[in-house]
Design a protein around this ligand. Structure first.
Ligand SMILES: O=c1ccn([C@H]2C[C@H](O)[C@@H](COP(=O)(O)OP(=O)(O)OP(=O)(O)O)O2)c(=O)[nH]1
Length: 160
């Protein structure tokens, strides 16, 4: 069963009232990266290719900071710290306004026990302006059986 937005909000920080939805919590865009070098997925490991943060200066008059993103694929880091509680699994969906602007967020499974500031794949099919801190996605939590908790290489990522 999926949990309420109020329940999800207890596992996401920081959040404002505006982010808490009936069935989940909205996530914001913090840093947008552009991949520069090939990554590598092997049978027993992986390497993430080098990337750079997209510059904000293309709209330097903009306040707050705004990314101008031409058509392409980007990795976006969310602004919130997420902790997937035991007995649950997380899914992130794009905010529909992204889709309506010809953009899409692709995501994977959020494991029980994971904690960090995770990332998603932002596909831009038509140029878009994206304010840093704007809501782009929504996290939902569903009850799930599991034997172990997440202890992979992304555990604790991007926490200051
Ligand atoms: O869209 C997503 C989906 C998941 N995660 C986080 C939560 C998840 O628990 C963790 C690891 O995901 P996954 O298990 O798919 O990573 P992996 O590529 O298998 O690496 P590892 O073996 O180190 O876990 O990444 C994200 O940041 N973005």
């Amino acid at each position: 069963m999926f949990r309420s937005g109020a329940f999800v909000a207890d596992h996401v920080s920081p959040t404002t009232d505006e982010q808490v939805q009936p069935n989940g919590v909205d996530l914001t865009a913090d840093v947008v990266f552009e991949q520069l070098e090939p990554g590598r997925i092997t049978r027993d490991g992986k390497e993430i290719g080098d990337r750079i943060a997209r510059p904000l200066e293309e709209l330097e008059e903009a306040d707050p900071d705004t990314y101008y993103l031409p058509k392409g694929a980007y990795v976006v880091r969310y602004g919130e710290r997420i902790a997937i509680p035991e007995g649950h699994v997380g899914f992130v969906y794009p905010r529909s306004s992204l889709m309506r602007n010809s953009c899409m967020l692709n995501t994977a499974v959020w494991d029980a026990g994971y904690e960090g500031r995770g990332e998603g794949l932002l596909q831009v099919h038509h140029d878009i302006e994206l304010e840093r801190g704007a809501r782009i996605a929504q996290l939902v939590l569903a009850g799930a059986d599991h034997e172990d908790v997440y202890e992979g290489s992304y555990q604790g990522e991007n926490l200051d």
